[in-house]
Ligand binder design. Sequence first.
Ligand SMILES: NC(=O)c1ccc[n+]([C@@H]2O[C@H](COP(=O)([O-])OP(=O)(O)OC[C@H]3O[C@@H](n4cnc5c(N)ncnc54)[C@H](OP(=O)(O)O)[C@@H]3O)[C@@H](O)[C@H]2O)c1
Length: 325
Amino acid sequence: MAPRLDFNGKTVFVTGGSAGLGLEISKAVAAQGAHVTIFARRQKLLDEARSIIKDVRRSKEQEINAVSVNLADAEEVDSVFRAQPRLPDMLFCCAGGTPGQVGFINDLTPVQLETCMQNNYLTAAFSAQMMLKIWTEDDKTAKGTTPLTRHIVFINSVAAFCTVPGMGAYSAPKSAVRGLADCLRMEALVYSSPTRKYSIHCAFPSTFISDAFFEEQKGKPLLTKEIEGTVGTPEELMRKHPSAKKEADLILAGVAKGDFAICDESVESPILFANMVGVSPRRGLGIYDTIMSLVMAFAWPLIGRPWWDGLCKKYSPTWHASRKP
Ligand SMILES: NC(=O)c1ccc[n+]([C@@H]2O[C@H](COP(=O)([O-])OP(=O)(O)OC[C@H]3O[C@@H](n4cnc5c(N)ncnc54)[C@H](OP(=O)(O)O)[C@@H]3O)[C@@H](O)[C@H]2O)c1
């Protein structure tokens, strides 16, 4: 039987829990008995999400809270995390996305680059940093000897492994989140003790269906869609790509297995990870990732790169024509 985490009576913080994947993760853990606090900026969405999560919780004793905060502001994150009545067992860093920052770097404004970095990197970095400070302060004074495991799960993207034209603003902060997660996985070994285990995970989803994804589609150049395989009507895309709920279930299963890197069921997520393992541990026994690292070492320069470069060259006349006065 696949391993499962026991969420009963646990407390879970979910950044970006008011929509999409963050909301699905919040619903899934609430349905398994967790107290859940979601964090995002827009109060109306937070209130709606809170009521959806309350409807699926296992018992009325479970507290479901929704807190409005700009997670790219370190002081705000510190004060709202400290103000919560329950110390969490798990933090999911889901906030992010790039609905307003898709496009070629040449066409974006500096503010768009900055906003994308704030919403994707700083939201994750500040949430993880403040949570670790609070947890390790608690460890200093904790009297209990009952062993506890504390998890941080970063929701990253395949964009951390490879960029494509049109996603330059987004792949930079997602690569940075991957670096942060790799570093914290090792630091977690330092913070752990016989009674406190710190466990870091980083999920690398490919495209999944959310309102934010369809919002991104509106500003995406055709070249970006061709490379990432997102050409099609909304109905076709919904048939081709998993729902946010399916992605949430896969991520929770990956955390339960104890994997650092959590890839989804798409073709690209595991092969791009294998191509970019770096200092991350391989998944499971490492057999698939090791074989695919070797395959990708040959396949990428021979097939992958010529294919993507060819699409860029083919698109070039369209770009030049679009700029004629
Ligand atoms: N959809 C995809 O195809 C896909 C693929 C790979 C990875 N991902 C990643 O998966 C995560 C969830 O994506 P999604 O499609 O489910 O997005 P979504 O529905 O737009 O949810 C994003 C959440 O983040 C919150 N948020 C964004 N910036 C914030 C900030 N500065 N402070 C506080 N909250 C903030 C949003 O609420 P407010 O705007 O109200 O603050 C919202 O709750 C993102 O990290 C995204 O990069 C998505």
